[in-house]
Design a protein around this ligand. Structure first.
Ligand SMILES: [Zn+2]
Length: 345
């Protein structure tokens, strides 16, 4: 279950309101002229206060725009990114320190709360929780794999009785891929890691909706599955291409993610209440947990001690949910297999 896994839900909700009011999407922190002047100064001199960055030593000023053959070498571009990133970080810390002394609350910079880095990792708590989630996904998938392939009986055609085995394997791949890129993104937020994270999240969320439709409506026929999957996959592909090639539109992506997430939560909730599935209570817990997670994303708050913000807490809620979700998948495979074995006998 992907739950409502589109980061920046709060930012995006805010954006959808602010676009109505005609407000720009810059965060309060980077709109602050003192911060702006600090970054500009730092990118010229390479220093903030007494701190200097060696990434900011440039011998010439080649543009990073323009065709690739006129651009500076890749390592110089990296250097420039590092310089900008270090300058923004130090200026943010300095500005937040000043603001704190004046009694102001933390504000966001470039869409993000002022996090403290650990060994250059931007959001260490979210990274750790993403990695933990990845580990639990892996554990869940391996135990599912062992159950369906080694513990449950095979049909006379040497296949698993459970009709959704392959679909869960694909789900596992997409989930592990998504949590991997999420960990990378929280370590280092640049355009590439952001796009990889967003694309993986959309793919996972969309696929889990497809899985929900196929399971809830008990679609087992190959042709019917293709008919359902084709429009969903076409839509997801279009959306991912749009984000990557045309525009990374946070507001649009937010709407798409909420629609995908809410639809699957509703499908599972309705099915849990009408079906006689023995593990429907697990579905209920996942739906309830998903809703709580959504609230955490909506009632965004700045990080405590510079580390734990609402999004990090949301990450924490996904861990028991992932465990429960794989536990449901295993129960479902046993449940379906027992029904099918009885039918054959
Ligand atoms: Zn995250």
């Amino acid at each position: 279950m992907a739950s409502i896994r589109c980061r920046r839900l709060p930012v995006l909700l805010f954006l959808s309101f602010s676009s109505i009011l005609g407000v720009t999407d810059a965060s309060a922190g980077d709109a602050d002229p003192i911060y702006g002047a600090c970054v500009e100064q730092c990118e010229k001199t390479g220093c903030v206060g007494g701190k200097c960055f060696q990434h900011c030593n440039f011998s010439n000023g080649n543009s990073i725009d323009g065709p690739w053959y006129l651009q500076e070498p890749l390592y110089l571009r990296w250097k420039r990114w590092d310089c900008q990133s270090d300058c923004r970080y130090q200026c943010m810390l300095a500005r937040e320190e000043e603001r704190k002394e004046l009694g102001y609350k933390p504000v966001k910079y470039h869409g993000k709360w002022p996090f403290r880095r650990v060994y250059g990792i931007q959001e260490p708590v979210s990274v750790a929780l993403s990695v933990l989630n990845l580990a639990i996904q892996f554990h869940g998938w391996v135990s599912f794999f062992i159950l369906v392939n080694y513990k449950l009986p095979f049909s006379p055609s040497k296949k698993t009785y459970y009709e959704y085995t392959g679909l869960w394997h694909i789900y596992a791949m997409l989930a592990m891929n998504s949590w991997f890129w999420n960990a990378v993104f929280h370590s280092r937020d640049v355009e590439l890691t952001e796009k990889l994270d967003y694309s993986s999240a959309v793919a996972l969320l969309g696929y889990s909706l497809l899985l929900a439709i196929l399971r809830v409506f008990n679609i087992r026929d190959e042709a019917a599955r293709v008919m359902v999957a084709a429009p969903v996959i076409a839509f997801l592909t279009t959306h991912i291409l749009y984000l990557n090639i045309y525009q990374l539109d946070y507001g649009l992506n937010m709407k798409v993610c909420v629609a995908l997430g809410v639809t699957q939560l509703l499908l599972w909730a309705v099915w849990a209440s009408v079906s006689q599935h023995p593990s429907r209570w697990k579905l209920w817990l996942v739906v309830a947990g998903g809703a709580i997670g959504m609230l955490l994303e909506i009632f965004d708050f700045p990080p405590y001690w510079g580390f734990v913000d609402a999004h990090a807490l949301w990450h924490a809620t996904t861990i028991p949910l992932t465990y429960l979700w794989w536990s449901f998948a295993k129960d479902d495979s046993e449940f379906r297999t027992s029904i099918l074995v009885k039918k054959i006998k």
